[in-house]
Design a protein around this ligand. Structure first.
Ligand code: HEC
Ligand code: HEC
Length: 374
């Protein structure tokens, strides 16, 4: 089937994925450049997988804050285009991913900062994009030639030419880089970083937080209470940049392994360690045991839409997440997935009351984009 026009394509996508287009979380494309528009079309195109049927948006869905849409029962990690294959990690939101800096070591603070993927293994959106296309547990295209053939079959030549002129799709290598540039351009567009939550409106003086949300914000910021802002900063930067709710550093929170993670049961080709698999996160990337178990601090924007939580999807609700921060060291929680390098200074015994836990959750719910200022 050829979907040559964009509106027809979106109609089909809507049918297939129930993408309602009801909020500003989705489809106003008027502000996109031709390259971003091409990137958007590619991002939603389910024909770029083997077998056909999985787009970037299947796992990074606009109605789910560009993370995996809710599955019942909640899935720890995303199935691939081949539905019996699973990756090892929970799908993160890609909203605000445009702001993630390249992985680097901050000598002054002595910490690693930045890098895409939860372990920082890719340095830019351009470098990241080819991963899922050819990853056997994701979109699973066999090679670049197959991608080029799919694009031609789908009638992309004309749009590529509009964006890239004479050099459009002249060979496999060019086509892959043109495609990744377009996908990255779309992911850098305002559509994916709209800063349109209730909290943004509050920071601009255009909305009031409820009493409970305000209490939650205060707990979030207070060093002797939630202390969340120590890693998930909540205030505008000196340059006026609205907060991203991450400082892009890495931590091992002592998150337990998730026995529900279907990755443990994957074939030995995909997961040679079987049930004994341990996700060492940053440690494996920088080849340093002192970084084992650490994952990049994720943004909390749109967090109400992106359950389950943590790198392995072990927690199903925000209440559970906050309960973990609050009582990790005082109640019986399963042991950490990686026992070394656990952060024992900033969390684990916060002494929050049940009401305070609920207040924190209420505050996090103000971080969902698409708030309509009354
Ligand atoms: C099968 C589900 C799936 C598909 C399809 C998929 N992704 Fe992802 N995506 C993931 C998972 C899981 C991660 C986290 C992986 C990790 O950290 O190792 C991720 C991570 C990312 C990140 C990094 C986010 C961050 O916070 O570091 C970006 C950007 C991204 N994906 C973009 C894309 C694009 C573009 C496509 C299409 C070409 C795509 N994804 C297709 C599941 C998917
Ligand atoms: C020491 C740094 C640090 C502090 C303090 C901190 N966090 Fe986090 N937060 C992280 C890291 C790192 C992760 C990801 C861990 C993982 O995936 O294993 C995370 C993950 C989360 C997640 C899940 C995000 C997702 O997309 O799955 C939520 C929700 C969250 N934090 C909320 C909070 C709240 C609320 C507080 C305060 C009570 C807080 N955090 C304090 C570092 C921190």
């Amino acid at each position: 089937m050829l979907f040559k026009s964009l509106p027809l394509f979106f109609l089909l996508f809507s049918v297939i994925y129930g993408c309602s287009g009801r909020s500003d979380n989705s489809a106003d494309s008027s502000a996109l450049t031709p390259q971003q528009l091409l990137g958007k079309q590619l991002f939603f195109d389910i024909r770029l997988s083997e077998p056909v049927g999985q787009a970037c948006a299947s796992c990074h869905h606009p109605d789910a804050g560009f993370a995996l849409p809710p599955q019942r029962p909640l899935l720890a990690v995303s199935p691939g285009a081949n539905p019996v294959l699973f990756g090892n990690r929970n799908t993160p939101t890609i909203r605000y991913a445009a702001y993630i800096p390249a992985l680097h070591y901050d000598k002054k603070e002595q910490v690693y900062v930045g890098g895409l993927f939860l372990d920082g293994r890719k340095n830019s959106l351009e470098l990241q994009a080819t991963g899922p296309l050819f990853n056997p547990v994701e979109m699973a295209l066999p090679n670049k030639a197959a991608l080029l053939a799919r694009l031609k079959e789908a009638g992309y030549e004309k749009i590529f030419r509009k964006v890239y002129g004479e050099t459009a799709m002249i060979n496999e290598q060019h086509t892959v880089s043109q495609l990744t540039l377009a996908l990255a351009a779309y992911q850098r567009s305002k559509e994916l970083s709209p800063f349109s939550s209730k909290y943004d409106a509050y920071l601009q003086g255009k909305a009031e937080l409820s009493a409970q949300e305000k209490r939650g914000l205060d707990l979030f910021n207070a060093e002797d209470k939630g202390n969340c802002a120590a890693c998930h900063p909540s205030e505008k930067s000196e340059t006026g940049q609205p907060p991203l709710f991450t400082d892009f550093t890495y931590d091992n929170l002592g998150v337990p392994a998730n026995p529900q993670n279907p990755f443990y049961k994957q074939s030995s080709e995909v997961n040679p360690d079987g049930e004994n698999y341990v996700d060492t996160g940053l440690g494996a990337i920088v080849n340093d045991k002192l970084q084992n178990g650490k994952f990049r601090v994720p943004t909390l924007r749109n967090i109400a839409l992106t359950a389950p939580y943590m790198h392995n999807g072990v927690f199903e609700t925000l209440e559970e997440v906050v309960d973990f921060y609050n009582t990790r060291d005082t109640k019986k929680w399963p042991k950490p997935e990686v026992a070394e390098n656990v952060n024992k200074d900033e969390l684990g015994d916060l002494k929050l009351t049940k009401q305070e836990v609920e207040d924190l959750v209420a505050f996090m719910k103000t971080l969902t984009d698409g708030y309509k200022v009354k």
